[in-house]
Ligand binder design. Structure first.
Ligand code: TRP
Length: 331
């Protein structure tokens, strides 16, 4: 298929529900860009197995959940092609070829690999885990993506992909495209507990599927400025999680909230109620859109998307084999 528009490839590991950190870090950008670009969204189930290989049985639910989250957030299956990584065998084939000229030391020094290995307590990394950036490079390049909208933690992987492209093109033939990175306006959202990152495993996340009561409760429990005990105590917005969220989800009122907090004119209770209602306003249209898709609609969307993505992958792989001179029966 010839490319008319520029192409985007991005995606996620299906390991649970998507949260606000995913939304502001990358999903919001994808929804915005789907009109301008030909968009491919990969559900990286094989990559999920690099950390969840023993929990294969929950992958099905996670794939359905993440697709539902995508659709709820506003990805339109008529514009964006949503597909499943494991069902495109050419990606695994390309991964294997890339692995021939990838240094193990370069993978070991990848900062995201190091952080994730520490998070998961891997003393000894598996071959699959250490190598997932190679597979991610195949995900991206098999679609000849021009742009990859991702959160900040993915930057090392995209830089690595660019290096692979340069190496491949120099070794064989200029077949692959070097992708650009676009990071969302909020590259990393802190957790409700004030920890550096909102994350399901840290249990500090507001999920896109959370109903208003749950959002209210979670915001209620969010950490604020520890120095504020009484309502009239002067606050320090710079150390307050709730204030950070106002900056992201309620930017219009930030100057006023900041002043009122510093002067002790607004209490944490009112400030939290205000934030919860802004988050609920953001999520309300998502809850509405989610209702439009049944499980069987979701499966149809994934089937159609995967078939379309497969065609593109087959085409690129033919060019790759030709470039590598391993297309024996053509010669
Ligand atoms: N590594 C990404 C994550 O952890 C998921 C992913 C897999 C991806 N393949 C990709 C992202 C290709 C962008 C492009 O969420």
């Amino acid at each position: 298929m010839p490319k008319i528009k520029k192409r985007i490839l991005t995606g996620d590991r299906p390991t649970g529900s998507l949260h606000l950190g995913h939304y502001v870090g990358s999903l919001k950008n994808r929804v915005k860009l789907q009109d301008e670009y030909e968009s491919y969204i990969i559900i990286a189930d094989v990559q999920a197995l690099t950390t969840h290989w023993e929990k294969g049985e929950s992958l099905y639910d996670s794939v359905m959940q993440i697709t539902s989250d995508y659709l709820a957030a506003g990805l339109d299956p008529n514009k964006a092609t949503i597909f499943i990584q494991s069902m495109i065998p050419e990606i695994h084939e390309l991964t294997m070829y890339f692995s021939m000229f990838t240094s193990v030391n370069v993978l070991r020094h990848n900062p995201t690999i190091k952080t994730e290995a520490a998070q998961h307590g891997f003393k000894d990394m598996t071959y699959g885990f250490l190598g997932y950036p190679v597979s991610q490079a195949a995900d991206i390049t098999i679609f000849k993506a021009d742009l990859v909208p991702v959160g900040e933690d993915q930057i090392p992987h995209i830089e690595f992909t660019r290096k692979i492209v340069r190496r491949f093109n120099e070794l064989y033939a200029p077949v692959l495209v070097e992708p650009e990175i676009i990071v969302g306006e909020i590259p990393r959202l802190i957790g409700l507990d004030g920890q550096a990152k909102m994350s399901k495993s840290l249990n500090n996340a507001i999920f896109l599927a959370d109903p208003p009561e749950v959002v209210n409760q979670k915001v209620w429990n969010a950490v604020t400025d520890p120095a504020r005990i009484r309502k009239n105590d002067p606050g320090h917005p710079e150390v307050c999680t709730v204030f950070t969220y106002h900056q992201v989800f309620n930017s219009a009122e930030v100057p006023e909230i900041e002043q009122d907090c510093r002067q002790g004119n607004i209490g944490c209770v009112a400030c939290k109620k205000n934030l919860a209602s802004k988050i609920n306003e953001l999520l309300a249209p998502m809850h509405e859109r989610r209702k439009n898709y049944s499980i069987s609609d979701i499966k149809d969307i994934l089937k159609t998307g995967t078939a379309k993505a497969h065609e593109v992958a087959i085409e690129t792989m033919q060019e790759v084999r030709e470039a590598m001179k391993i297309d024996y029966f053509k010669q």
